[in-house]
Design a binder for this molecule. Structure first.
Ligand code: NAI
Ligand code: MHF
Length: 319
């Protein structure tokens, strides 16, 4: 399996198309997901990210007045989907590996499974709070920050597993991606602090950065400039999501803590229906892509969390 950093190197400056998919809700089949991304294979993504979704908590009131807490998982199957993508399309999958919901030992087992399958690329994240909570809580003996998980993966790459009683284990060879926030991670007190923690992830062994989505390229350019100034030399991949409904004008800033450029707001507000908004989202994203490519972005990474027809239209214009 080729590392993401090698895919970038092998492209020799030619921009790469890549996508991110979300596992279907349990009970669904993989077929819809694969059918959806099949048309995008024409644009030859060398890798596809598959998100990971931790457990959620449901609270069920009981007749005796107490509350039963039920733990459930809405979107299981990340590793299976990675394997399917690898074998159906011959594309390198990049599973997301989270701190949330995992002990260190469970993380080690997860990474060992990936290694068995020949999956050597991972995106290492802290992850979101478990629904319905709004603060992140690590599991007992789990990690609070992505940098700690980066360190564990980097240790495994050096043949150092969690427990020294496990002797003579082979080193893994993971290429490690991490998340970066051009508009600051919402929990960070200020840009400076957030930036120090990003630097920490790189210093502990991360090989590249993928950004949170943004709609104003200047945010990405400023972020890259700041990284370079701070001595971060790894590739910085822009993450892009074409706006696709009118509602997203409010929803996306709320979920992902980003600003919508006034021109995009005006254009979407002038739309009479979601079909028109989807078209505005496509055109906006095409402009973003052209400018990013001209500025030398190594990869354009698309968050295709459902229907991918808009991504196909964008890729057709841009690649
Ligand atoms: N489920 C998935 O596949 C994906 C999830 N995400 C998102 O990733 C976000 C958080 O993940 P990461 O960026 O990997 O987290 P991170 O651990 O790098 O940072 C999380 C927050 O903690 C702060 N922080 C980091 N290190 C710290 C330290 N040592 N001491 C104090 N504060 C520290 C950061 O400034 C930031 O506010 C979540 O919002 C999550 O939803 C992003 C992409 C995909
Ligand atoms: N905080 C955070 N959590 C994540 O899981 C996450 C990020 N950020 N940033 C990078 C990627 C991108 N992700 C996503 C997740 C959902 C949509 C999405 O399109 N969601 C809905 C809107 C929200 C809703 O109504 O639920 C959509 O209809 O487009 C996009 C990107 C997942 N990843």
């Amino acid at each position: 399996m080729t590392k993401i950093t090698d895919h970038i190197r092998n492209a020799n400056g030619k921009p790469i198309f890549s996508i991110e998919v979300i596992p279907p809700v349990k009970g669904d089949t993989l077929k819809n997901l694969l059918d959806n991304i099949e048309p995008l294979m024409a644009f030859k993504p060398p890798f596809i990210d598959v998100t990971y979704h931790r457990e959620e908590y449901i609270e069920r009131p009981l007749p005796d007045g107490t509350i039963q807490k039920i733990v459930t998982r809405k979107r299981p199957g990340t590793v299976g989907i990675c394997s399917a993508i690898m074998h159906k399309f011959g594309v390198d999958p990049v599973p997301h590996v989270l701190c949330g919901g995992f002990t260190r030992e469970e993380t080690e087992d997860f990474l060992v499974d990936l290694h068995y399958l020949g999956i050597d690329n991972v995106l290492v994240l802290r992850g979101d709070p478990a629904k319905p909570f709004n603060t992140f809580k690590p599991k007992d003996n789990g990690y609070s920050y992505a940098s700690e998980l980066v360190e564990q993966v980097a240790n495994m790459n050096n043949g150092v597993y969690l427990h020294e009683e496990d002797t003579a284990l082979s080193p893994s060879d993971f290429c490690i991606g991490v998340a970066g926030y051009p508009e600051k991670h919402f929990e960070a007190v200020d840009h400076e602090i957030d930036f120090q923690y990003l630097k920490q992830k790189i210093d502990k062994g991360a090989d590249y950065i993928v950004t949170q989505m943004f709609f104003d390229n200047q945010k990405y350019f400023d972020f890259v400039g700041k990284c370079r100034q701070a001595g971060i030399t790894v590739p910085i991949i822009p993450g892009l999501k074409p706006l696709s409904t009118r509602k997203q004008l409010q929803v996306l800033p709320r979920i992902f803590h980003l600003q919508m450029p006034p021109d995009l707001v005006t254009a979407v507000e002038a739309c009479e229906n979601d079909q028109q908004a989807r078209q505005v989202g496509i055109e906006w994203c095409i402009q973003q892509c052209r400018e990013l490519i001209a500025a030398g972005a190594p990869v354009l990474h698309f968050y295709t969390m459902g229907k991918a027809d808009n991504i196909a239209k964008i890729a057709k214009e841009v690649f």
